[in-house]
Ligand binder design. Structure first.
Ligand code: ADP
Length: 282
């Protein structure tokens, strides 16, 4: 197979982004999209920082709901690519969810079609607009500061194509989300090895759903694992940074369902403090 003729266009588009972060998980349902959405929100809350959030979880796009923009659709293609959906001034979102006729529509695609869609996202979404809008007239410097990419669970063909497409313009690294269960940690080892193999730096591992503190008696129960520290020990053994643990918090699940920011809905919670600690470590 010869070189991909579209690579030049992908590199050109992706070259307009300062930092690209992939969010990975070994399994589904561990909070990967929740983490991606809140990482994007936290970065966009920084002064003069523009952020794109790209959902390439083609078969289960949950970012539109998480960001409170599920009713939006992308109908037209403008002269310079697809315009993403804005959440506030400095945060732009793109997901296949915006292209579906109804949220219940099932996407049953084989690998090549999914890979084609991913390439199209990377080549055709005009993130520059996000940057331009927030740069208040300073159009010449229209670059997006961060692109957070929410990937499908596991290490699939799609992951290989994302890495392949982004390599030319540089990937800053990957954050891996897991729960404390050994079942999930096993798959994280695979994710770490995948990153090592394809040359993507592991920025760190986050242990999500790590214990629940009872609001009445303050007892902490490790719902998913009798012990704590599994992810941390694994990180040490595999030589990658451990970013910290985020507890189970019904307020987080609720804000996700409502498409709201957990940071704004429960600002004084231990979970928000834990989230901030994790994000500071990236
Ligand atoms: P994934 O992207 O890994 O499939 P999601 O981010 O969609 O997982 O999360 C799965 C579900 O768990 C969602 O309903 C989400 O609101 C919930 N959830 C994620 N993290 C937490 C947490 N720390 N506390 C409570 N609920 C959570």
């Amino acid at each position: 197979k010869g070189p991909d003729p579209d690579m030049g266009a992908v590199n050109e588009r992706m070259g307009c982004i300062r930092k690209k972060i992939l969010v990975l998980s070994g399994k589904g349902g561990v909070g990967k999209s929740t983490f991606s959405a809140h990482l994007a929100r936290a970065l966009a809350a920084q002064d003069k920082t523009t952020v794109g959030l790209l959902d390439v979880d083609i078969c289960g796009p949950s970012i539109p709901t998480l960001m409170g923009v599920a009713s939006k659709s992308i109908m037209s293609v403008t002269g310079d690519g697809w315009s993403p959906v804005f959440v506030g001034e400095s945060l732009a979102v793109m997901s296949i969810g915006f292209l579906l006729e109804s949220p219940d529509q099932a996407i049953i695609w084989r690998g090549p079609k999914k890979n084609g869609m991913i390439k199209q996202f990377l080549r055709d979404v005009n993130w520059g607009e996000a940057a331009t809008e927030a740069a208040s007239g300073d159009d010449d410097d229209a670059k997006l500061d961060y692109l957070v990419v929410d990937t499908p669970p596991g290490t699939s063909d799609e992951h290989l194509s994302i890495v392949q497409y982004l390599k030319g313009s540089g990937i800053d690294g990957a954050v891996i989300v897991t729960t404390p269960q050994e079942m999930s940690l096993l798959d994280v080892r695979k994710e770490i090895n995948f990153c090592k193999k394809v040359g993507v730096k592991v920025l760190g591992v986050v242990e999500n759903m790590s214990g629940f503190v009872c609001p009445s008696c303050s007892t902490k129960t490790m719902i998913f694992s009798p012990t704590t520290g599994g992810a941390e020990a694994m990180c040490e053994a595999m030589g990658v940074p451990y970013l910290g643990a985020i507890p189970i918090d019904p307020a987080l699940a609720k804000s996700c369902d409502r498409g709201k920011s957990y940071f704004e809905e429960a600002p004084d919670s231990a979970g928000v403090a834990a989230f901030n600690h994790v994000i500071d470590g990236i």
